[in-house]
Design a protein around this ligand. Sequence first.
Ligand SMILES: Cc1cc2nc3c(=O)[nH]c(=O)nc-3n(C[C@H](O)[C@H](O)[C@H](O)COP(=O)(O)O)c2cc1C
Length: 397
Amino acid sequence: MAPTRMTRIVNVADAQRRARRTLPRALFDYIEGGADDEVTLAENERAFQEVALRPRMGIDVGEPGIATTVLGTPLALPVFLAPCGMAQLAHPDGAVGVARAASAAGTIAVLSKIALCSPEEVARRSPGPNWFQVNSAGGRDEVKHLMARAADAGFTGLVVTMDGPPPGNHERDVRHGMVPPVRLTPRFAARLATQIATRPQWLGAMTVAARRQTATIKDATRVLSSGGLRTSARFTWSDIEWIRNEWPGSLLVKGVLTGADAVAARDAGADAVIVSNHGGRALDGAPSTLSVLPEIVDAVGTSTEVLIDGGIRRAGCVVKALSLGARAVFIGRPWVYGLAAAGQPGVERIIEIFRAEMVRTLKLMGCPDVSALNPNWLQPMRPYQGQLPETAAGSVL
Ligand SMILES: Cc1cc2nc3c(=O)[nH]c(=O)nc-3n(C[C@H](O)[C@H](O)[C@H](O)COP(=O)(O)O)c2cc1C
């Protein structure tokens, strides 16, 4: 792809626009879309706008601290890159580029089971630390096999995704003919070819990386045509207990939306829970993640670390989540947009935007360190619902 001037990507929305212009429409919609009416997808972002930050004056915090630890692993900033499948199709730098960008910035990219890139290759080409994600597809045999490969390759964290099967109903993908089992009919191929013809930059990059991409596209076709999650049973809490016994590293359960489930995950052996609705891609109508965070933090107290994803587009969102008790956050689409826009440097740019925004936001708030965040730094964005006070001359308005 032609080199992108990184300074033109000022925020996540810029990267999103660039991704939209770069990718074939079906691929952009796969990344962008949510389930059904995309209500939960929209609510994730909206929930953050309903919370206001309460800045304090009269304090010069100097250079605020944004580093933290999650399950004992140091992070330069409290932002992980969430596992996102098929990212290899967004740019030939793929999952290795994402892992390298995260590592260089002092954070971690969780490798999706369907990243179309093996844990061995990521471990070989990125210094890490590396974490891996699994779902229930293929049953315990496949999970055991993948866990062994990830552990042998030096992966130290395992994210277990619980909010499927079945996958959510992605109507954008249905319209593009992209739902499993995908069949490359002449009609489907012709429509894709038309979309690709209008994206020469993407086609050029994929063609340059042709050998590698042929393998990637074969893998993608295998994942899509297999029906993926459709055929398998959901994980139960006893599966989590079993995984706990098999997996030697950190264990995180992803997809928790209630306090009771956070307690069940902890009791089954999870070291951390990730409050997630799969970025609005699973059950439409599920609550926004920020709205249920306090219930979950309340339920598990300090016995389990609580992480969150969904709709995080600015450092202000990170500060709000941490103030409500999250230890760190994950971003999904923001890094995929960066990857699509400019490959590994695009992902680096997105992380740098979050880092710089975190520092600026904490300075503006008069907060010296992320560890000092608590609910007192927040208030509702529109707290005043009642009558306006009267003055001698009548209403203040
Ligand atoms: C294109 C795409 C692919 C995804 N693939 C996976 C996956 O393979 N496994 C998984 O647990 N979550 C997957 N997710 C969900 C993300 O891990 C994460 O929960 C979500 O993207 C967070 O919301 P955000 O995109 O608003 O940041 C995917 C999300 C997107 C956008």
